[in-house]
Every structure is written in structure tokens, then in C-alpha cells.
Write a protein of this length. Structure first.
Lengths: 288, 238
């Protein structure tokens, strides 16, 4: 029972970062109706930038965070210009294939310039671990969960309590009607992209400080986790992406505890397949 | 107020609208009628920036707005409703208006904007529904919300694309009063409608389209007596 509870708590904490990745995917998919497969690699570049800053200025954690987020945002702008704005009149599948090409570009760039391939990422080592009864709450996991929760709350306030957020949701609902009601759909699309990149960069900080290292394959990992969280939550629903991330985290940690690490990804992909196959919601139109 | 000059719109080999000239005067109610497929909605879509014209110009208060994007057309003072309702179903009634209204802030709600939204909801009899999701409203309420939403943007010229479609007699009477009230408030209205009684009852002038071409224009009584209009609606006499 303790093992189950411990895995559940670990899953919820890990799942909070998956939720952030899922929210990033959902923002772009919901507003632009196009998948951004390069979302993970933009975070990868951000984390590598943060890693370099961490090596150059040990202890300057805020500089590491800023470098990670800014680099992720710059990469996000690059993806938006290359694969979305330039191809806005093309079919969505063209944009998606273009984001796959950008993904490969970014991953190869990182591999080319990083001889060691695996880079360290600083972590706030002074944070203490907590124990609640028999449950251990690791400091990095606590930071991951609390940071992700704070970012999600801020994002939900922005999207559900401001006119900007209402316009974003209106565009997701009907971009043609929104344009005819005075909303500049291109600007809202770019803003949603920027917001998603910011959320992705912050998610990258939280994940990398927990793993304390990064490899060029982080991009693939982040894309798969974010896409899975979004699809589990219904493809286009912001609350759904949050729930999808947490479910994914819990399934992974429970599988890890009870069956071993080699089954972890298989279990989450099996769950994803079942949800897509059985739930009409996962195949529905986005409604932020 | 609005000048449509030699407007054509072709979709591939299909001429949806062909060299249409139309003037809309300030503070008038102009009826735009025609059988199904005559090009009425295409004209609305072209002048509001949904499609670029194949040829011709659109001027709003002497400004050439041809090919402008829809949000710029609305900012210039021309708004529209839709033939098939296109509300933001996942937003509340109030939020539907909040998105459309002219407000400086993209974050907070200012007092002036709030008052305007409340007044528009009152005008369209939706005040008690303001916190409901648009998708949960009844059909007549959704039609009123479409009107309220475009009014929130404060356009001077309104293009109402079949606003009476699907309404019952009482709702059409209510719509009629609302359009007349808009005229009293200084708005200009172009009424694209199949409901002849409504159009002929309130329009000061009527323009008739058939197969993408304007075949008649004038006071309602004169248009009703026009032989070409009768042919368009009833077919050729044998």
C-alpha cells in the first residue's frame, strides 16, 4: 500500500510537468489547429542554453532559468515563422511535416555543437526533502510539482480571466468568426505560440533541474510526453491536458514501481492507444 | 456610407457575383434580396474581407477597404452577423461580447466597457443570460446574441445575413423592432433576408440579385412590381 501511495505521489508530481508540456501543445493545436512536433526540440535548445550558462556562472540559477526560457522562446519564434506563418495557407499536414524537419534541424544542431552530448543542468541543491508519514517527497520533485502548479494557475488566470485569454479561446472556437468580430487572428496565433514556448521553457527548467542533465534526445522525449498528455486529455482542451499529464505521470510511476522501468513507456503508449481508439473526445474538435 | 463598385467574385469557373454596383446611404435600411445562390452572402463575405474580390472596389466612407482583413474592416466601422450562427460556444454570453467590443485593455475590464456590454445585453434582452455558455442558449437567444456581439464592436454599418432564418412570427416581430431601433440610434443596416414581409416592411430601398447580377434597385413597392424580379422569383411566364 505504501509503495502504491509513494508511486501515486511521485506520479502526480512528475505528471504536473507533463501537464505543462501538454498545455504547450494544446495552446498551439487549439488556436492554430496544427500540430507542432518541434515543441520538444525548442525546449531542448533552451535547456542546453541554460546548461551552458550554468557552467559559465555556477550558482547563478536565475540566469540559467532566464537563458533556458529565452532560448526556448527564440526557437519557438523560429518554428512559428518557418512552419506556421510561412505555411499558413497550406494544409495542416504540411505544417506538421515542416515542424518535423525543424525538429531534426534543432536536434542535429545540438548534437553537432555538443561534443559530450550529455550536459549537466544545475539544481537548487539546498532544498530539503520532506517526509509525510511513510511518504518521501523529494526536493526536486516538490519543486517540479509546485513550479508546474504555479505556472498552470497563472496560465489559467490569463486564459480564463482576461480579454486576451478570452480572445485566444474565441479563436480556438472559430477563427473566422473571431476575425469578423475584430480579433487579429494572426497576432493571437503568434501570441499563443509565444505563450506555449514560454510554458515549454519553464517546463524544461523544472524537468532538467530534476534530471540534472540533458541529452539531444530530450526533444523526442518532451514531444512524446506533451503530445500524449494532450491526446489523453482530449486534444484541444486545456483542463484535459492538465488531467492527461497527471494520468500519464501516475501510470508511468505505478508501472515503474510494480513492473520495472522497461515497461514504463510501453504502459503509457498502450494507454494512449486505448484512449484514442475508444474515446470520441480524443478525436473531437478543440475547445479551449 | 458604403460603395460597392463593379464587384465580381469568381470561384474557379463559377461567377458567384458579377460586376455589382451598390450604394448604401448613411442611416438607411437597405434590403438585399434574391433567390438562393444569387450571390447575396458572397457579397457580404467579400465586403467584410472573408474573400478577396476577383475585381471591383469596396469603399467605406470614401476609404478604399478592398481586400482588407476582416478585423480591419470591423475596426473601420462595418460589422456583420452570420447566416448560420457562429457564436463562440465555449464562452459565456458576456465573454462573447467582451471579445468583440472595442476596449483598450487586453487584460482587465474597464468600467466604461462593462457599462457598454451591459447596455447591449439589455438592448438584446440577454441580460439574465449573461453567465450562460453560448452553446446552451435556445435558437432565438443565439440569434439575439449574434446581433449583440456585433453591436458590442460598435460598427456604424451592420450587415445582417438572414437574421430571421429559423425564427417564429413573434421573434421576427421582435427582430423588426430591434432593427428599427438601431436605425433610430443612427446605425445603417443592410438586411440580407428571404423573409419578404420583414424586408418590404422596414427597408427604405431594396436591391435584388439573381445569378450574381443586380437586376433591380429601388423603393420596395417599385421593386415588387418589377418584371425582372417577378421572373427571378416565379420563373418566366409561358
Amino acid at each position: 500500500m505504501v509503495d502504491f501511495l509513494q508511486a501515486l505521489v511521485d506520479g502526480v508530481m512528475l505528471g504536473a510537468t507533463y501537464s505543462l508540456l501538454g498545455l504547450g501543445f494544446t495552446l498551439i493545436f487549439g488556436v492554430l489547429r496544427r500540430l507542432n512536433l518541434a515543441f520538444g526540440p525548442t525546449i531542448l535548445v533552451g535547456i542546453y542554453a541554460g546548461s551552458h550558462v550554468g557552467l559559465a556562472w555556477p550558482g547563478a540559477l536565475w540566469a540559467v532559468v532566464a537563458a533556458t526560457v529565452v532560448a526556448a522562446i527564440l526557437c519557438g519564434i523560429y518554428v512559428e515563422r518557418c512552419s506556421f506563418r510561412a505555411l499558413a495557407r497550406q494544409a495542416p499536414v504540411v505544417s506538421m511535416i515542416s515542424t518535423f524537419a525543424v525538429w531534426m534541424q534543432l536536434q542535429e544542431l545540438v548534437s553537432l555543437f555538443e561534443a559530450s552530448r550529455t550536459m549537466p543542468y544545475p539544481s537548487p541543491a539546498w532544498l530539503p526533502a520532506l517526509t509525510v508519514g511513510p511518504i518521501l517527497l523529494r526536493s526536486d520533485a516538490l519543486l517540479m510539482w509546485s513550479g508546474a502548479t504555479a505556472i498552470m494557475l497563472a496560465l489559467f488566470v490569463l486564459l480564463y480571466r482576461t480579454r486576451f485569454g478570452t480572445a485566444v479561446r474565441a479563436v480556438a472556437d472559430s477563427s473566422e468568426a473571431a476575425a469578423l468580430m475584430g480579433v487579429n487572428v494572426s497576432i493571437i496565433g503568434a501570441a499563443a505560440f509565444l505563450l506555449a514556448s514560454t510554458v515549454g521553457g519553464l517546463a524544461g527548467v523544472l524537468i532538467a533541474q530534476s534530471q540534472q542533465q540533458v541529452t539531444p534526445y530530450f526533444g523526442l522525449w518532451a514531444t512524446v510526453k506533451g503530445l500524449t498528455a494532450m491526446l489523453l486529455g482530449g486534444a484541444g482542451s486545456l483542463p484535459g491536458a492538465v488531467a492527461g499529464g497527471v494520468i500519464l505521470g501516475v501510470v508511468e510511476t505505478q508501472t515503474l514501481w510494480h513492473f520495472g522501468g522497461q515497461w514504463r513507456d510501453l504502459a503509457s503508449f498502450a494507454l494512449l492507444f486505448l484512449v484514442i481508439a475508444l474515446s470520441p473526445r480524443a478525436r473531437s474538435e478543440p475547445t479551449l | 456610407m458604403l460603395a460597392i463598385e463593379g464587384l465580381s467574385k469568381h470561384f474557379g469557373g463559377v461567377q458567384a457575383v458579377h460586376r455589382v454596383d451598390l450604394q448604401v446611404r448613411g442611416n438607411e435600411i437597405l434590403g438585399l434580396i434574391g433567390p438562393n445562390g444569387s450571390g447575396k452572402s458572397t457579397i457580404v463575405n467579400v465586403v467584410t474581407g472573408v474573400f478577396p474580390p476577383t475585381e471591383g472596389r469596396v469603399r467605406l466612407r470614401d476609404r478604399d477597404i478592398t481586400g482588407w482583413q476582416p478585423h480591419r474592416v470591423l475596426a473601420a466601422g462595418m460589422g456583420r452577423t452570420f447566416q448560420s450562427i457562429r457564436l463562440f460556444g465555449g464562452l459565456t454570453v458576456w465573454q462573447n461580447l467582451w471579445v468583440a467590443q472595442k476596449a483598450k485593455s487586453w487584460l482587465a475590464v474597464d468600467r466604461a466597457s462593462m457599462k457598454k456590454i451591459e447596455a447591449t445585453l439589455e438592448f438584446c434582452r440577454l441580460r439574465d443570460k449573461k453567465d450562460e455558455l453560448a452553446r446552451n442558449l435556445g435558437f432565438g437567444e443565439q440569434r439575439r446574441l449574434e446581433l449583440a456581439r456585433v453591436l458590442a464592436a460598435e460598427p456604424d454599418l451592420l450587415l445582417l445575413d438572414e437574421p430571421a432564418a429559423g425564427m417564429n412570427a413573434a421573434e421576427i416581430e421582435d427582430l423588426r423592432d430591434r432593427i428599427l431601433a438601431l436605425k433610430q440610434r443612427g446605425k445603417t443596416v443592410v438586411l440580407i433576408e428571404h423573409h419578404m414581409e420583414l424586408v418590404m416592411g422596414i427597408a427604405e430601398r431594396v436591391a435584388v440579385l439573381n445569378f450574381g447580377v443586380k437586376i433591380a434597385e429601388g423603393p420596395p413597392a417599385a421593386v415588387q412590381d418589377d418584371e425582372r424580379v417577378r421572373e427571378a422569383y416565379l420563373g418566366h411566364r409561358r
